[in-house]
Design a protein around this ligand. Structure first.
Ligand code: SF4
Length: 389
């Protein structure tokens, strides 16, 4: 049986190869945001590229500072999301990773994660004169039929927009396959995490971060499904006992892509980050329905960052209980204002349950805002507090 590692390498190569090939052959390329209903786009023959994912690759390449400087917008680093800065920087710096992304024919943005992506994509549309379509997702639409219908009407307009610009009609059979595979893949991804509800940890949080790429860029494809099927098989093998009684920590929010291991090292060997809720943001909930458009409208309106703050807080509190978490590290990620909103109410909620937490102020992709000393001190204080409890 093929290993997840081998399938993962193929998914990565295929994604960048398909982009380069599409550019050479003149196939339509769309830049899309992380929670665009990619299933519709693939069913219309578009090659879809994710600038946010590419920004992660840029940050992980160790060249964030240089690329943010190259963006020409460095003066706004305090105000703008560093993914957008890296993305603009990649277009202007020498030798960007993988030679950069090929140029898009269409831009499709959504606001079910933040408002930044819409402004970012609008800037591209204006500068490069590329057609842009924006999908508006009201918060809390997942259980309100009128709002779900509103999103569906936008999907119909999206299909007309793509057909007008490419001539490609929607293939309903491909759409059905994509939606069903996305649903199954998200369920597998959820199950991969759930093996860590048992002690000891079976899949390191670092490995979960490394395993994120297929569900972000290839959700709905056969390869992504097979990747998580293999990963779940590998992670379900029995392991020994937790003799040292590990103190289990949850990292709330974004990892730090520029760090070699994506999370700061926890100096206390008894404490271990066993879950990062960020990786579960991609575990979308596609409802059981034969109506593909309905399934997409519900799943994509109920992304983590599109939920109300009280629902987000309850979601994380539920993870703390399910994964026997003893302490929480909240990453106050300067880049992402929408993500910042839940930190304070979450800490109050955790306090009520006697779960200690600390806040680390940093950035997911800009090392300029990273202080190893500050982080070390706060993590040590959390571990000290947990040891005496
Ligand atoms: S990090 Fe936050 S602000 Fe930046 S694109 Fe993602 S959701 Fe939007």
């Amino acid at each position: 049986m093929e290993s997840s590692r081998s399938i993962g390498v193929k998914v990565f190569a295929e994604y960048y190869h398909a982009a380069a090939e599409a550019h050479q052959e003149g196939k339509p390329i769309a830049y899309i945001t992380a929670f665009t209903p990619v299933e519709i786009l693939r069913a219309m023959g578009l090659v879809c590229l994710y600038p946010e994912s590419y920004a992660v690759v840029c940050a992980a390449s160790g060249r964030s500072t240089e690329m943010i400087q190259a963006s020409g917008m460095e003066a706004f680093a305090q105000d703008l999301c560093s993914y957008s800065l890296l993305s603009f920087g990649a277009e202007r710096c020498d030798r960007p990773p993988f030679h950069g992304l090929p140029p898009p024919d269409l831009l499709i943005a959504t606001n079910n994660q933040c408002g930044t992506t819409m402004l970012w994509f609008r800037l591209w549309a204006q500068k490069k004169n590329i057609p842009l379509f924006i999908i508006d997702y009201p918060g809390a639409a997942h259980d309100q039929p009128a709002l779900t219908r509103y999103i569906r009407r936008q999907y119909e307009a999206l299909i007309e927009f793509i057909q007008a610009h490419t001539g490609n009609p929607l293939n309903p059979a491909i759409l059905g396959e994509q939606v069903e595979r996305s649903k199954q893949t998200c369920m597998l991804w959820q199950s991969v995490h759930e093996v860590n509800q048992a002690r000891p940890v079976r899949v390191e949080v670092q490995r979960l971060i490394d395993a994120l790429f297929p569900i972000v860029v290839a959700r709905g494809t056969r390869q992504a499904y097979e990747y998580y099927e293999a990963l779940l098989r590998e992670c379900s093998q029995p392991v020994g006992q937790d003799k040292n009684h590990t103190i289990r920590l949850l990292w709330h929010g974004y990892p730090m892509w520029f760090l070699p291991k994506k999370f700061p090292r926890c100096g206390d060997t008894q404490c271990q980050i066993v879950l990062n809720d960020y990786t579960l943001w991609w575990s979308l909930r596609y409802p059981d329905t034969a109506d593909d458009m309905e399934a997409l409208a519900v799943a994509y309106s109920d992304t983590y960052l599109n939920r109300t703050v009280p629902r987000r807080v309850e979601e994380v509190a539920g993870l703390v209980a399910a994964y026997s978490i003893e302490g929480v590290i909240c990453h106050a990620n300067r880049s992402c204002r929408r993500a910042l909103a839940d930190i304070s109410p979450l800490r109050q909620r955790l306090h009520q349950s006697s779960i200690p937490s600390v806040v680390i102020e940093a950035d997911m992709a800009n090392p300029q805002f990273h202080s190893a000393e500050q982080i070390q001190l706060r993590m040590e204080s959390l571990c000290d507090a947990l040891r005496v409890l």
